[in-house]
Design a protein around this ligand. Sequence first.
Ligand code: FAD
Length: 404
Amino acid sequence: TERVVIVGAGHASAQVCASLRRDGWSGEILLIGDEPSLPYQRPPLSKAFLAGESTLADLLIRKPEFYEKEHIVFRRGRVTGIDRDAATVGLDDGETLGYDKLVLCTGARPRPLPVPGAELAGVHDLRDVADAQSIRSGLATAGRAVVIGGGYIGLEAAASLRKLGLAVTVLELADRVLQRVTTPRISAFYDRVHREEGIDLRLGTGVVALEGDGRVTGVRLADDEVIATDLVVVGVGVVPNVELAQAAGLTVDDGIAVDAHGRTEDPAVFAAGDCTSYVDARSGCRLRLECVANAVEQAKTVSATICGHDRSISALPWFWSDQFDLKLQIAGLSTGYDETVLRGDPDTGRSFACFYFAEGRLIAADCVNRAQDFMFSKRAIAEGLSPDRGLLADSDTQLASLLQ
Ligand code: FAD
């Protein structure tokens, strides 16, 4: 029988497994992952899991029985090479395994912090469950934490640690938080909330060294101030795991380049999730997205393509972030917006939506504690609507009425 080999056991590969069976793949499915666990959800690692409100068992995307029932074999190991001529992958334990179809779901890894002392005990990345567990195990004796990086993961980690009672400092090199991923208005909102919650937030602040004797005790800033701390969480972005694909001669353009059907230029090799880049049909731009919705959409597309069905990457990207009592839900991508409309007041309240338009058309929305506005936005954007700005801004408008 034919065999699909999937490299990496994360969000994308869990979906490839499930979709392949649903799409009618009756051959073998071999899932190879270098983490000890079956695929689990990463988002809670900086949220409920870090705050001690859930366990690894709660995080599993599918229970072990699912893989048994669907005859999906999980093999722990690290793939170290791909031989496309022989259609095999090599593992770190020396074994070589053949494939008929190969799916690369290798994800991304934390960008290292390029300063002395980054290897000290008590300095943590936050990408996998082992990272989150080691942060948690240091909490019993920690009263102070420094988070380096004011992106989503840094801010979520800061909120979770603050909730646990630590004194938390967030250091961000840019002049606003979330600079890479959102607009100045949303950054200003999160800046206010984090300060209101007692976070010591420092913008435009570079780190030159982490200090300590074996274990971190301080963070030295560019102006030579040293912030004393018991633990450090580094969240300065990720780099896609593209090296396997690159070494195998596949095209890498920021991520592993795939077409709208999840294919690389090798008809037997596919890729999905954080490790890929593709040309978005809506914007015409090449994108590398780091979110669960994208991993799932690409995985469904790869599965369909392998099984001979016609499907392309098309679902609207969406994202969420939980910090304190705030549930942010983002529909679409705001890149290229030329007009915004607010519903609610981000300068004083904690519930609002910000809609983004480009050339009169709604392209994205950031919704904080506004689940209904988010649902509306997803549909309106997907359907290409241009809702009336005045009605959108008016809190008395039932947004559903604008969908007709
Ligand atoms: P991953 O889930 O990273 O899985 C890749 C797997 O492949 C890893 O287990 C890796 O170890 C393994 N691997 C890599 N190379 C090899 C190899 N050569 N051999 C074997 N195995 C290999 N997204 C959201 O949408 N919302 C959120 O709120 C959100 N919060 C997040 C919070 C945190 C703390 C983190 C870390 C991520 C968050 N994300 C969030 C992002 C989301 O988790 C990722 O987009 C998603 O996990 C991508 O799935 P993936 O399958 O592409 O990669």
